[in-house]
Design a protein around this ligand. Structure first.
Ligand code: ADP
Ligand code: MG
Length: 336
C-alpha cells in the first residue's frame, strides 16, 4: 500500500524567495489529512503574516466543521443522530448544501453519502481489502444523496441510515474560504491536491502562476503545466490512496452506482475553476464518469478539465488548451 499525501508540493513553480511584491509570508501545516502550504503577499511582512496565520486557523476550524472523524464535531453528530434533526455549524451546513447541489448536477457521480463504502473498503487503512458483494450491497442500500434532507436554518437530517462524508469537497471548500481572506493581494494556497492561485504572481513576468500536473506513478515528476490566475486547480487521482489485490488497483474514489472504486481507465482528473469547492466535487465526479462521459459533462456544463488516461494520453477540454503546456521530457502525449 502506498500513501503519498503530498504530490504537487514540488510542482509549483513560484520562486517564493524572489517573489517580489512588497513582502510575503508562508505557513506549512498538516490539516484535513494532508500537507498544506499557504503563502500571502502584503504591503509589509506583518500584514502578510497576519493573513497566513488567519488562513491556517480558518482551515483548522473547517477541518473540525467538515471532518466526520472528529467525534464531537457537527458531521459526526449528524451521522450519529439516527435520522433525528441536527442543527449544524453554518460552515458544515453550507458545505453540505454545496455537496448536495453538485451531487444533483453530476447525476450522483459525486455523492457525499459514500461514507459506508469508504468504511467498508478501508482504503488507506491497514484493514483495506475487497469486501463481499453482499457487504457492498448492504453498504450501497444506505448510499444516495437524496437521503440528505436540508431543512433550512442550518438544520439537516439523514434518512435511511445515510452517513455523510465531505472528503470529496472539503479541501476545495477550505481553499475558497482561505481565498476570501486575501483582500486583493496575491496568494498561493496549496491544500494537498487543491491549489488556489490568486492575484498576479509577483515572480512571473506575465503575472500567471504555473502549476505542474503530477505524473501518476511518479508524483515528483510533472507531465504538463497549467498557467492560471485567480483560479483553483484541483486534481484527483488513483495514486494517492490505494491498495492492490490480484493486479487490480483499488483506490479511494467510489462509483456510487457499483459500490466499488471507479475503474474507468483514468489515472487522474484535474479541474480548473474560480471556485475550488466546485472544482473539487467535479474532479471526483469526472473520475467516476470516465473519459467519454466526463468530456460530455464538461462540454454540457462548461467545465475546464484535464483527463490523464492509463495509456498515458492527456485530454484537455477546449477552453483550457491555451493554458496547458506539455513537459518536454515526458512520455505522456496530448490527444489531438
Ligand atoms: P482527495 O481527497 O484525495 O483530494 P477527492 O477530492 O477525489 O480526493 O476525494 C476523495 C474522497 O471523497 C474519498 O476519500 C472519500 O472520502 C470521498 N469520496 C469517494 N468517492 C466519492 C464520490 N463518488 N463522491 C463524493 N465523495 C467521494
Ligand atoms: Mg474532490
Amino acid at each position: 500500500m502506498k500513501r503519498s499525501i503530498c504530490t504537487v508540493c514540488a510542482l509549483i513553480f513560484c520562486l517564493l524567495a524572489g517573489c517580489g511584491g512588497p513582502a510575503s509570508a508562508s505557513t506549512d501545516f498538516f490539516s484535513m489529512d494532508t500537507f498544506m502550504t499557504i503563502t500571502a503577499w502584503a504591503e509589509n511582512e506583518a500584514d502578510a503574516q497576519a493573513v497566513v496565520t488567519q488562513a491556517e486557523r480558518r482551515v483548522n476550524d473547517l477541518n473540525n466543521a467538515l471532518s466526520r472523524q472528529i467525534e464531537a464535531g457537527p458531521l459526526a453528530q449528524l451521522n450519529a443522530a439516527g435520522g433525528q434533526t441536527v442543527t449544524l455549524d453554518p460552515d458544515t451546513y453550507d458545505a453540505l448544501s454545496r455537496a448536495v447541489e453538485y451531487a444533483a448536477l453530476t447525476g450522483g457521480a459525486f455523492d457525499p453519502t459514500t461514507a459506508p463504502l469508504s468504511d467498508l473498503w478501508g482504503i488507506g487503512t491497514d484493514q483495506a481489502a475487497v469486501p463481499s458483494q453482499a457487504a457492498i450491497d448492504e453498504a450501497l442500500s444506505h448510499v444516495g444523496y437524496e437521503n440528505i434532507e436540508l431543512l433550512g436554518n442550518n438544520q439537516a437530517r439523514l434518512l435511511n441510515g445515510a452517513q455523510v462524508d465531505l472528503g470529496g469537497i472539503g479541501k476545495g471548500y477550505a481553499t475558497d474560504a482561505v481565498a476570501a481572506l486575501r483582500a486583493d493581494a496575491p496568494m498561493l494556497a496549496q491544500l494537498g491536491g487543491n491549489i488556489g492561485a490568486y492575484g498576479q504572481n509577483p515572480s512571473s513576468e506575465d503575472g500567471l502562476w504555473t502549476i505542474g500536473l503530477a505524473e501518476p506513478d511518479n508524483s515528483a515528476n510533472y507531465i504538463a503545466m497549467l498557467h492560471v490566475c485567480d483560479q483553483s486547480v484541483v486534481t484527483s487521482g488513483d495514486y494517492e490512496r490505494y491498495f492492490e489485490q490480484d493486479g487490480v488497483r483499488y483506490h479511494h474514489i467510489f462509483d456510487p452506482s457499483t459500490g466499488a472504486p471507479a475503474q474507468t481507465g483514468l489515472r487522474s482528473v484535474t479541474v480548473v475553476d474560480e471556485l475550488s469547492a466546485r472544482a473539487d466535487a467535479f474532479t471526483t465526479a469526472l473520475f467516476v464518469m470516465g473519459l467519454e462521459r466526463g468530456l460530455e459533462f464538461c462540454a454540457a456544463h462548461d467545465v475546464d478539465a484535464v483527463f490523464v488516461t492509463d495509456d498515458k494520453t492527456i485530454y484537455v477540454t477546449e477552453g483550457l488548451r491555451g493554458q496547458l503546456t506539455l513537459s518536454e521530457d515526458t512520455s505522456y502525449v496530448l490527444a489531438q
